[in-house]
Design a protein around this ligand. Structure first.
Ligand SMILES: C[S@@+](CC[C@H](N)C(=O)[O-])C[C@H]1O[C@@H](n2cnc3c(N)ncnc32)[C@H](O)[C@@H]1O
Length: 252
């Protein structure tokens, strides 16, 4: 980050777990599109030259030799005031350059200013809150950085069955969701729980210069040979997920 004075340093907990190092949170800093644009380009360049990015691209290439036909990003956050979201946006842009595909993006918290910057960067804004319930028909990379697990669960629901072979999800590790969510809460996440045998999870080494930007992430995919081992009775289950304490998911 070139302007470290733009950020203040505090200690913080995330989802009940104390992070290893001092955590940095943002303060509002950018009120004009040009300044934000410049910060995005700087963040992007830091991501591009990182070992983290090289490793990630390698993992992605191993998981899909033919590449992706589109990228969808949910839950990026306020990149004009959060450095986590800023570097995640840098990564998204680098993934786009690497794959040369259209990137569509949605987060209900985006300000008009941020929407303007995203459009100027060539990204396509998704106009409505899909709550992650998007059925895909072509190979799609979903980028869900630190997103509510409701989005992961809804995405599985929308593509439940063979469409899952088109989905790759770069987001919070499935194994950690299972390990750190209370059993009673997990009951609401039926699709996350049932997908385990059909899922291949490749953890991403978190050696980025800021520990809490890309922590706890993995590439998740659903290879045909794994989908075929799941009994039909599981695929026939199509109940719409209902969440009781959906404090993180913003509904449409
Ligand atoms: C924990 S924050 C993560 C923000 C940022 N990516 C980070 O790592 O700091 C979760 C994000 O999910 C977004 N979100 C909540 N409901 C959503 C929805 N229905 N569709 C897309 N994003 C959503 C929130 O607005 C928020 O920005």
């Amino acid at each position: 980050m070139s302007n470290d004075e733009d950020w203040k340093v505090v200690n913080r907990r995330r989802r009940g777990r104390v992070l290893k190092h001092t955590h940095v949170v943002s303060v509002p800093c950018c009120s004009d599109p040009q300044t934000i644009f410049k910060k995005v380009l700087e963040a992007r360049s830091v991501v591009r030259s990182s070992q983290f990015f090289s490793n990630l691209v390698q993992v992605i290439k191993q998981t899909s030799s033919s590449g992706y036909e589109e990228i969808i990003c949910y839950g990026l956050g306020r990149f004009s005031s959060s450095y986590q979201a800023l570097y995640q946006l840098g990564l998204l842009l680098e993934l786009q350059t690497d794959s040369q595909v259209v990137v569509q993006i949605y987060d209900p918290v985006f300000s008009d200013l941020e929407k303007e910057v995203l459009t100027n960067l060539g990204l396509v804004l998704i106009s409505k809150n899909e709550e992650g319930k998007r059925l895909v028909v072509r190979d799609t990379l979903f980028f869900l950085p630190h997103c509510p697990k409701e989005l992961f669960n809804n995405l599985l629901w929308a593509n439940w069955g063979t469409p899952l072979r088109h989905c790759t999800i770069l987001g919070n590790r499935h194994s950690e969701i299972l390990a750190y969510t209370a059993v009673t809460t997990l009951k609401q996440f039926w699709y996350i729980c049932q997908i385990t045998p059909a899922l291949r999870q490749r953890d991403i080494i978190n050696d980025f210069k800021y520990e809490d930007v890309f922590n706890n992430m993995a590439v998740h995919m659903f290879p045909a040979e794994k989908l075929s081992v799941v009994p039909d009775s599981i695929w026939r289950h199509r109940e719409l997920p209902v969440y009781l304490d959906d404090d993180e998911l913003v509904r449409s």
